[in-house]
Design a protein. Structure first.
Length: 93
């Protein structure tokens, strides 16, 4: 499986995970011209009037420092989802 397919698969799993929990989810389509929101996030979610951002990774947990710094500066909730092969979804806030 190539990187793009693996990433799209992980995003689909996270979208289903969030939608099953009552969130409205929008994932930014990646093209060669547009990438992540603020260079950090793959999409955003809304529930009960609260908007937050999320990042999806496959198999490897990224450094949490940029996400923590973003939260401390703007007070906007964010989550990092790591989809591990054959192990499921891990959520970091």
């Amino acid at each position: 499986m190539n990187k793009r397919s693996k990433g799209l698969r992980a995003q689909r799993l996270v979208r289903k995970y969030l939608e099953d929990r009552g969130y409205l989810v929008y994932i930014i389509p990646h093209t060669r011209f547009s990438k992540d929101i603020f260079g950090l996030f793959d999409g955003f979610f809304i529930k009960d009037g609260v908007v937050g951002f999320f990042q999806v990774k496959s198999n490897t947990k990224p450094s949490m420092k940029p996400y923590r710094d973003f939260y401390l500066k703007y007070k906007v909730p964010s989550k990092v989802f790591v989809v591990k092969d054959r192990k499921g979804i891990f959520v970091y806030t």
